[in-house]
Design a protein around this ligand. Structure first.
Ligand SMILES: CC(C)(COP(=O)(O)OP(=O)(O)OC[C@H]1O[C@@H](n2cnc3c(N)ncnc32)[C@H](O)[C@@H]1OP(=O)(O)O)[C@@H](O)C(=O)NCCC(=O)NCCS
Length: 162
């Protein structure tokens, strides 16, 4: 497993990592320009894989100290999406299934990984995992992705790439 530095949750420069080509700077999950977003700057160790060490620190709880399941799903979806878009730009999530194995704690460093498992003619299948301290898996996702249709043009971000 590749260990990477934990990004500052509110760092608008996304820990120095550039926004992926084609990604939208206003994206709720990865966009550096979304003040209410998660600003997740995934690392791509190789095409088809995405990883991040991430500590949820926003107002994202469903119960005290427990991350809301919708946010857990978003994080897993984004991990798979980044794995897929590292090979094919402009895909959309067509299907998402999440297994919540254990409550994901807020304020605790998490290892989030996504990877492609099957490349079809059009359909790409991926999986993702969230592990807490000690590497214990807390949530797992299965997703299917298809080329996007009629996606509005993604505005180019002025200034240097971040
Ligand atoms: C995903 C999406 C782009 C697919 O559109 P599309 O390319 O027109 O897809 P179609 O419905 O024509 O299906 C294309 C093929 O993929 C298959 N397919 C579609 N969704 C599938 C899924 N979830 N799992 C497996 N196969 C699927 C279809 O059966 C079809 O196969 P066929 O050509 O053999 O008949 C479209 O449904 C969409 O925009 N959905 C919303 C996506 C979204 O908002 N995601 C969240 C934000 S990223």
């Amino acid at each position: 497993m590749v260990h990477i530095a934990m990004p500052d949750f509110y760092n608008p420069a996304r820990n120095g990592r550039p926004l992926e080509p084609g990604a939208y700077a206003g994206c709720f999950a990865c966009g550096p320009d979304n003040p209410k977003g998660l600003r997740m700057a995934f690392l791509i160790p190789e095409p088809g894989r995405a990883e991040i060490e991430w500590t949820p620190a926003g107002p994202y709880e469903g119960y005290p100290g427990i991350l809301h399941g919708g946010i857990v799903s978003t994080v897993l979806d984004e991990a798979m999406s980044k794995a897929v878009t590292s090979e094919i730009k402009f895909v959309m999530t067509a299907e998402l299934k999440v297994r919540f194995r254990a409550p994901v704690e807020s304020g605790v460093p998490l290892n989030v990984r996504g990877w492609i498992v099957k490349r079809g003619k059009r359909l790409i299948e991926a999986e993702a995992s969230i592990a807490g301290p000690g590497g214990v898996e807390q949530a797992h996702a299965w997703g299917s992705f298809l080329p996007a249709r009629n996606v509005p043009a993604v505005p180019r971000r002025p200034g240097p790439a971040r």
